[in-house]
Design a protein around this ligand. Structure first.
Ligand SMILES: Cc1cc2nc3c(=O)[nH]c(=O)nc-3n(C[C@H](O)[C@H](O)[C@H](O)COP(=O)(O)OP(=O)(O)OC[C@H]3O[C@@H](n4cnc5c(N)ncnc54)[C@H](O)[C@@H]3O)c2cc1C
Length: 435
């Protein structure tokens, strides 16, 4: 049967990546989003007349499908990417360390700056070098936690505080005893050990929702404030059940978080969709601080042994401080979080000691990322119904829950529907895997 009309449920990066891939293959694509704004977990909105991100988002140069996505919606020029990996790491004492790559092939590109990294002694550096070699050469056990992996690779409190915590808590957004060692070593290898340019930091210079707003212009219709309740199959097609009635499509991509996917499918096992109940959400809190002290002279710094791992300068006088894996701070009152963050900023950046805090705001995301329980497999994009595919940063893409994983999952879900046993007729010779 020729299939030309596809619905995408969910207006985050995964939904738009799927939508654009299907559109490029010649389908008529309509997207349904329950919120009144686009972007899902990578979004922005106005607070007191200023458009702020729901939280600071960083990507790395190895996030190639995310970068391609931005390119395909005409936003690549709004992304900033470092020319080489360069990060300043500050201690509470005021001591600054710096890690940056040299113009050498991986993994030699890290050695020079690692040797002079001031937050670790020689013994700690050697222990970390041994763990990096183990990550590169060893195989990880799917049932091992990252915490156990660090312990069995000899990483003590000092190595954790100076290296693993500032980079891997934000990258994985979970306590190390809740993350699989394989996720962590994947990040380590992909970002730091295989390609000298891979770990370069990037971020959007414009509010995040602009990315999906640009993508929306390429689809046939985007229905905001339109939650999809269920998607009962209708022979080989699907019916979308909305609060305002029903509408039929030839196929659907469900690009929503795992709990919503479970609710929409009703009985996921009927569609061969597994493990939706094996995921847990992890929070991120961002504290936005506007001060009258001008620029700190850097795009971002890491703060060692602080609840806020990174401080980003969005523009002179506007800092965004992110608390990853922030469970214990989630229920803390806004005013307390704001004063905690400002105290920490003034400690790590003493130049701001006598500066006035003009305004502040807190964004809380209790379900910022989704992680399968250690040992559980991530959900596949393919279902056993040819007209239903699943997408989302939390699905099986090889990557942890990130913007890169979201875009990859959307491209994979589109490829499922475009494949011979999927449903959508190709109108062009599009290769869905290239986004
Ligand atoms: C504060 C914060 C900081 C982060 N930092 C980073 C970072 O630095 N780097 C990085 O790579 N990633 C980061 N992430 C993670 C990243 O944002 C996500 O991995 C990614 O945006 C997820 O995209 P998605 O499309 O899979 O899901 P989502 O963005 O969650 O999109 C799903 C969409 O589905 C909609 N929806 C749900 N149910 C329904 C329904 N029934 N009907 C219709 N629509 C529905 C939702 O409203 C949502 O818009 C961060 C996340 C947060 C919250």
């Amino acid at each position: 049967m020729a299939v030309e009309r596809v619905a995408v449920v969910g207006g985050g990066l995964a939904g738009f990546a799927a939508g654009l891939a299907l559109k490029a293959a010649g389908a008529h694509v309509e997207l349904f989003e329950r919120s009144r704004i686009l972007g899902g977990r990578a979004t922005s909105f106005e607070i007191d007349g200023v458009e702020v991100d729901n939280g600071q988002h960083v990507f790395l140069a190895c996030c190639t499908e995310f970068i391609n996505f931005a390119q395909s919606v005409g936003m690549a020029g709004q992304l900033h990417l470092q020319e080489r990996f360069d990060a300043t790491i500050l201690a509470r004492s005021g001591k600054a360390g710096r890690l940056r790559t040299a113009a050498l092939p991986a993994p030699l590109h890290l050695i020079g700056s690692f040797a002079s990294y001031s937050h670790l002694g020689l013994a700690g550096k050697l222990r970390i070098a041994r763990a990096l070699a183990a990550a590169l050469l060893g195989k990880s056990d799917p049932s091992e936690t990252f915490d156990a992996w660090l312990a069995h690779n000899g990483q003590g409190a000092q190595e954790r505080a100076a290296f693993w915590n500032p980079f891997f808590i934000p990258a994985l957004n979970a306590p190390f005893d809740r993350v699989g060692a394989s996720d962590a070593t994947f990040v380590l290898k992909t970002a730091f050990l295989r390609d000298a340019g891979a770990a370069r930091f990037g971020f959007s210079r414009v509010p995040l929702a602009h990315l999906t707003q640009a993508a929306a212009k390429q689809l046939d219709a985007v229905h905001l404030s339109t939650p999809v309740l269920t998607v009962p199959p209708n022979d080989a097609r699907v019916t979308l059940s909305l609060s305002k009635g029903e509408t039929d499509f030839d196929a659907v991509v469900l690009a929503v978080p795992p709990r919503q996917a479970e609710r929409i499918l009703g009985d996921p096992r009927r569609y061969g969709v597994t493990n939706l109940d094996k995921y847990d959400p992890y929070p991120i809190i961002d504290v936005h601080l506007w001060h009258d002290g001008g620029s700190i002279g850097r795009d971002f710094v890491a703060a060692l042994e602080s609840p806020l791992q990174w401080i980003f300068e969005k523009e002179p006088g506007y800092l965004c401080c992110s608390f990853s894996a922030a469970d214990e701070y989630l229920r803390q009152p806004t005013a307390e979080l704001e004063s905690l963050a400002w105290r920490e900023v003034q400690t790590f950046l003493p130049a701001l000691k006598d500066v006035k805090l003009v305004r502040s705001a807190v964004t809380r995301n209790p379900e910022a990322t989704w992680l399968p329980r250690v040992g559980s497999k991530r959900t596949q994009q393919r279902t056993n119904h040819p007209a239903i595919a699943i997408a989302g940063s939390w699905t099986e893409t090889g990557w942890p829950d990130t913007m890169e994983s979201a875009v990859r999952s959307g491209n994979l879900a589109a490829a499922v529907l475009l494949s011979p046993i999927g449903h959508v007729r190709r109108a062009t010779s599009f290769d869905a895997s290239s986004g």
